[in-house]
Design a binder for this molecule. Structure first.
Ligand SMILES: Cc1cc2nc3c(=O)[nH]c(=O)nc-3n(C[C@H](O)[C@H](O)[C@H](O)COP(=O)(O)O)c2cc1C
Length: 95
């Protein structure tokens, strides 16, 4: 029996929510969280997050496709809500 049942339960909930081996979601960092870092985190069992930053929609789409080519594991996209093309970026994330 575990001596940290609350931590174990929270960790299991996080793993289930993220669909990952570890309940660890990486913070997105503009210019840093690109395809290679994000796929490495996801391949290692965490939840990598692409930083969209000020990317135009076509660049975000290319980055998502490139990340998918490097990992079959789940990853996320961090969007800046002040981005002038936010609706297009959301649409791309849903494809
Ligand atoms: C270089 C750099 C770029 C960042 N870019 C973003 C970003 O684009 N979007 C965002 O939500 N957070 C951004 N952050 C914040 C990080 O995701 C994270 O929340 C912050 O570094 C705190 O991390 P901690 O909770 O592990 O201390 C950035 C942080 C750094 C250091």
């Amino acid at each position: 029996m575990s001596d940290t049942p609350h931590l174990d339960a929270a960790s299991a909930k996080g793993r289930e929510f993220l669909g990952t081996r570890h309940a660890i979601m990486a913070g997105a960092m503009t210019w840093v969280s690109e395809r290679h870092l994000v796929s490495a985190i996801s391949n290692a069992g965490g939840f990598g997050v692409l930083a969209c930053g000020a990317m135009p929609p076509a660049i975000l789409e290319a980055e998502i496709i490139a990340t998918r080519a490097l990992t079959s594991k789940p990853f996320g996209v961090n969007l800046i809500t002040l981005h002038p093309q936010l609706d297009e970026l959301i649409d791309i994330c849903g494809r």
